[in-house]
Design a protein around this ligand. Structure first.
Ligand SMILES: [Zn+2]
Ligand SMILES: [Zn+2]
Length: 352
C-alpha cells in the first residue's frame, strides 16, 4: 500500500509498504480520511520528540474513517465496503489491569503496546489494521471526512466527563484550535451557563462565535484574566479549559482566571514544564484536572457518544475542517497544520 513514512521532523515521504493482513478479530480499513492531530505536530516540529519507541521511519495517523476492506477470522457484524469510524488502536488496553477492568482503559499502563511493539493506527496510509471492536459502522448520512475527527470530539466528551457543568457553571477555554472548539461545542451541549473562548487569532475567535461561544477574548489585545473575570461578575470561570499546550505560557493565567473552588482542565499537550503560583491556586482551592484521551463514560464508549452526537446533527465538524489534501501532498498538509496563523487552518484532513 501507499503510505506516508515519517522520518522525523518535516521529512515525510510517501512510499510503498506491505499491505496489512487481518488476524483473528481484526479488520483492515481502507482509509478515506485522516485528521492531522496536534500530537502529530510535536515530532514534526521537534524530531527529538517521539511517542514511538522503535527506530526508523514510522507510519502514523490516529484520526481516521474509511471502509471495511478485509475481515479477519471470527469477525461478525461488519461487511466489506461498510463505512466506519475508527477508535484508534493506540487506545487499546491490556483488558486485565485494574484500570482496564474499571473501564479506564486509556489509563492502562501498557496501553497501545504488545510487548515491545507499539500498536497504532495508520491513517496516513491506504489501509489501517484495527481490532474489530474499535470499528464503528457509520449511518449513511454521516460524512466520512467529518467522521475522521470523531477522535477529537471523543476527547472533548471525556473532558466534559472530567469537568461536568450545569446551568450555574461558567467555562473559559484558552485556545480556539480544534481541541478548544470541540470542547466549546461539547460544554455547550453539556449545559454550561456561559462559555468564553480566548485566543490570539481573530479568525479563530470568529469561528468560536459561529460555533456558539457566548463571548470571545483576544488575549493578544486585552488581558484575558481580567476579561474573563469581567465576563463572570468578577468571580472567574468555574471551569477553565487549557487547550493551547505546546510551549504557551498559559497555565499561570488559567489558574488566575478560574473561580474559587473551580477546575482547571488541561487537555492541550505541553512540551515543557509549567510554572504556577501555588499560593493562588491553593487559596482558591483549584482542582487541576489533567485530561488524556478517552475511554468509557458510564459504560458507553466516549467515541460512540461523539458518533451519536454527530449522527444527530449536533456537531459542527464540517466547519472545523478547513483544509484537505491527498496523501501525495501530505507534506503540504502538515505545513498548513503546523502554521495555522499563516494558513488559517483549524483542522487539516488527509484523504488517502
Ligand atoms: Zn489526536
Ligand atoms: Zn490494562
Amino acid at each position: 500500500m501507499k503510505a506516508a513514512l515519517f522520518y522525523g521532523g518535516p521529512d515525510i515521504r510517501v512510499e510503498h509498504v506491505p499491505d496489512p493482513v487481518p488476524g483473528p478479530g481484526e479488520v483492515v480499513v481502507r482509509v478515506k480520511a485522516a485528521g492531522i492531530c496536534g500530537s502529530d505536530l510535536h515530532n514534526y516540529r521537534d524530531p527529538s520528540f517521539s511517542f514511538y519507541r522503535t527506530a526508523g521511519p514510522q507510519l502514523s495517523g490516529h484520526e481516521l474513517a474509511g471502509e471495511v476492506a478485509a475481515l479477519g477470522e471470527g469477525v461478525t457484524g461488519l461487511q466489506i465496503g461498510q463505512r466506519v469510524g475508527v477508535e484508534p488502536r493506540h487506545l487499546v488496553g491490556c483488558g486485565h489491569c485494574r484500570w482496564c477492568r474499571r473501564g479506564d482503559y486509556h489509563l492502562c499502563p501498557t496501553r497501545g503496546r504488545q510487548g515491545d511493539k507499539r500498536l497504532h493506527s495508520t491513517g496516513f496510509a491506504e489501509y489501517s489494521l484495527e481490532p474489530a471492536f474499535n470499528v464503528y459502522p457509520l449511518p449513511d448520512h454521516v460524512d466520512l471526512i467529518e467522521a475522521s475527527i470523531l477522535d477529537v470530539y471523543a476527547c472533548a466528551v471525556h473532558a466534559l466527563r472530567l469537568a461536568p457543568v450545569n446551568p450555574t457553571k461558567t467555562v473559559a477555554i484558552q485556545g480556539a484550535g480544534a481541541i478548544g472548539l470541540t470542547a466549546l461545542e461539547l460544554f455547550k451541549i453539556g449545559g454550561a451557563k456561559k462559555v468564553i473562548v480566548c485566543d490570539v487569532v481573530d479568525a479563530a475567535l470568529e469561528m468560536a462565535t459561529r460555533l456558539g461561544a457566548d463571548a470571545v477574548v483576544n488575549s493578544a489585545k486585552v488581558n484575558a484574566v481580567e476579561a474573563v473575570r469581567d465576563l463572570t461578575d468578577g468571580e472567574g470561570a468555574d471551569v477553565v479549559i487549557e487547550a493551547v499546550g505546546g510551549t504557551a505560557p498559559t497555565f499561570g493565567p488559567d489558574i488566575s482566571m478560574a473561580a474559587r473552588g473551580g477546575t482547571v482542565l488541561v487537555i492541550g499537550m505541553y512540551n515543557n514544564p509549567q510554572n504556577l503560583d501555588i499560593r493562588e491556586a491553593q487559596a482558591k482551592e483549584i482542582n487541576v484536572q489533567l485530561c488524556n484521551s478517552y475511554s468509557l463514560w458510564d459504560g458507553v464508549p466516549e467515541f460512540k457518544i461523539a458518533l451519536d452526537l454527530m449522527a444527530a446533527g449536533k456537531l459542527r465538524a464540517k466547519e472545523l475542517i478547513t483544509h484537505t489534501f491527498p496523501l501525495d501532498q501530505i507534506k503540504e498538509g502538515f505545513e498548513a497544520a503546523a502554521n495555522k496563523a499563516k494558513s488559517g487552518a483549524i483542522k487539516v484532513v488527509i484523504l488517502p
